[in-house]
Ligand binder design. Structure first.
Ligand SMILES: [Zn+2]
Length: 258
């Protein structure tokens, strides 16, 4: 069973409404969270931990009911039931919930943890160490595995993989999850911030100009980011059995959460 959760609504200037699309996956050996939105500590003190630059540009709702912890509990689970967290990357709108689940193992692509611990150039300022410095990490490196034509690395059993899609950040990755409870055994790919608008993975691609500029400004390596968007377009075109969505597109979230 896969639950789609919005763990943080944002209203970035001129860019409409963003969600922080996370997954709560009921697996045989415990709960898995994919991305974690903002955490309770981020919301305390009117979001001061997130910093003025972020809150004034991204204008987060900071609603306690949107935290992953609140939504896990609303579904009848306890924080300690969350055994694993897979993060697409460590930007502060994805990693904030980590500190609400101290028993979980946090899975990231190795290059991302290296970037967050030793930021260079524009990476300074994008990571918030307090969110994850006490986490128990398991880092993963690609080693020749393939999933639907993309390089991948198995994270858990045969149903959870990280799919490196760098460019937005140094070690950004998608998270592929197989729904073991669905009759067709369907896969979803949480593509994180590899793209921001649903039209970008269609052929031909489309994206509002403001979001194109926004993504270029946030990209750690823009050429690599664009090459990975092309790979995602190929995946969407060639593998209609895989449901692909991004972290922030509200229309994708609403389609999957209905
Ligand atoms: Zn993001």
């Amino acid at each position: 069973m896969i639950h789609h959760l919005n763990c943080g609504t944002l209203h970035p200037l001129l860019a409409g409404r963003f969600v922080a699309h996370c997954l709560l996956v009921e697996r045989a050996d415990g709960l898995l969270l994919v991305d974690s939105g903002f955490g309770t500590a981020d919301l305390d003190d009117r979001g001061r931990r997130l910093g003025r630059a972020f809150t004034s540009a991204m204008r987060p709702n900071l609603d306690p009911a949107e935290t992953a912890l609140a939504q896990v509990e609303a579904l009848g689970f306890h924080a300690s039931d969350v055994r694993d967290i897979a993060l697409t990357h460590l930007d502060l709108d994805h990693a904030g919930g980590v500190s609400d689940f101290p028993n979980a193992t946090v899975h990231v692509y190795d290059a991302e943890l290296e970037a967050a611990r030793n930021p260079k150039g524009m990476e300074h300022g994008r990571y918030l160490r307090e969110q994850w410095e006490d986490a128990r990490f398991a880092t993963h490196a690609a080693a020749g595995e393939e999933w639907r034509g993309l390089e991948a690395v198995t994270v858990l059993a045969d149903d959870v993989l990280l799919v490196p899609l760098p460019g937005h950040s140094r070690g950004h990755a998608g998270a592929a999850v197989r729904d073991t409870t669905s009759s067709d055994g369907g896969w979803v790919l949480h593509a994180g911030d590899a793209y921001f608008n649903a039209g970008e993975v269609q052929t031909p691609p489309s994206c509002p100009r403001i979001l194109q500029v926004f993504q270029r400004l946030l990209a750690q390596d823009n050429a690599v980011r664009l090459a990975n968007q092309e790979r995602l377009r190929t995946l969407v075109a060639d593998h209609p059995d895989v449901r692909v969505f991004s972290a922030h597109d509200a229309s994708e979230f609403e389609a999957l959460n209905s």
